[in-house]
Design a protein around this ligand. Structure first.
Ligand SMILES: [Zn+2]
Length: 253
């Protein structure tokens, strides 16, 4: 079976369910203290929003929930898609990049943040946010919170600030591999678990062997996952080139 396909994705969810993990949205995790074995499925809807809609449907059909962070750009933001994913019982959050929009000016960034949050809240309730990290940008979108406090806007959580990564194992498909943190410029958290995976199948094996941590946040970019062969080949090779560029960017810093 090829990796980063819908079939591989479904196998991962089935393995987690069979291992007895429960599933929570990020806001549920913040509000209630988690159970023994818990998984958060976080999705950064950077592009190809219909892939996220498909992920949301697969989860709904399996009786599980996830969290979807939407950007304000047309390749992500879509009222109908947002409303539909929310209607299925998933959480919607704001995938902010307002420091980028504001050219690094925090006062302007927080103003844009307020406006964008309001735009999203006209469609669905929003109680958590998550930064978008563009490797091409010179700004770190989290930096706006060096000057302002998101809790003032009724936001109860931002994964990069409100998760104790000593308790919660974090894995991301950044770079279209599960160990892409090695080449990631922004999507980085400290890893206290001494665990690293390359393929989805390695994760599934670890879950089946009962070696996977108890509390986990997965970060998916659904635009990379597809059963369409041409798109799959495109994603694989374009991502290899992007990873090489990111590697060079990191080395030059
Ligand atoms: Zn993003």
């Amino acid at each position: 079976m090829r990796d980063f396909t819908i079939a591989a994705y479904k196998n991962l969810l089935v393995s987690l369910k069979e291992a007895g993990y429960s599933f929570a949205t990020f806001s549920e995790f913040i509000q209630k203290k988690p159970g023994q074995r818990l998984v958060m499925l976080r999705h950064d809807v950077d592009d190809r929003k219909l892939h996220s809609l498909e992920f949301a449907r697969i989860q709904r059909d399996m009786g599980i929930v996830g969290t979807y962070y939407f950007r304000m750009v047309p390749e992500s933001f879509d009222e109908d898609v947002i409303r539909e994913i929310h209607r299925m019982g998933h959480e919607i959050g704001y995938h902010y990049e307002d420091m980028d929009f504001a050219g690094g000016d925090p006062a302007k960034a927080v103003q844009l943040f307020e406006q964008h949050l309001e735009t999203l809240r006209k469609i669905v309730p929003v109680s958590t946010i998550c930064m978008h990290g563009s490797p091409k940008s010179k700004y770190d979108n989290k930096d706006v919170w060096k000057h302002y406090d998101y809790k003032k806007y009724g936001i109860i959580g931002e994964p990069y600030f409100d998760i104790d990564f000593k308790q919660v194992f974090y894995v991301t498909d950044t770079g279209r591999q599960w160990d892409g943190h090695k080449v990631s410029v922004r999507d980085k958290v400290a890893n206290y678990f001494n665990l690293s995976f390359h393929t989805t199948f390695e994760i599934i094996n670890c879950v089946k062997n009962n070696k996977f941590p108890n509390i986990v946040m997965f970060n998916f970019h659904p635009q990379r996952w597809t059963d369409n062969t041409i798109l799959w080949i495109w994603e694989k090779y374009v991502q290899n080139i992007k990873n090489l560029i990111k590697f060079i960017v990191i080395k030059l810093r």
